[in-house]
Design a protein around this ligand. Structure first.
Ligand code: ZN
Length: 58
């Protein structure tokens, strides 16, 4: 007999992931929202070019 345990999937895709493409060095990096904020503040992790929201796509 099943007691109906709640079916919780740990991978529920709630993390807001997107892909950063550097306009200067063309590096593509998958980032989550924390990394996105870090790149917006610090620039491209590869070449340090400052970037905007437009460099991020879902
Ligand atoms: Zn770059």
């Amino acid at each position: 007999m099943s007691e109906g345990s709640p079916d919780r999937d740990e991978s529920d895709g709630s993390i807001d992931e997107c892909v950063f493409t550097c306009p200067a060095c063309a590096q593509e990096i998958s980032v989550n929202s924390e990394m996105k904020q870090a790149i917006l503040s610090n620039g491209c992790p590869v070449c340090a070019t400052s970037v905007t929201e437009e460099s991020f796509v879902k």
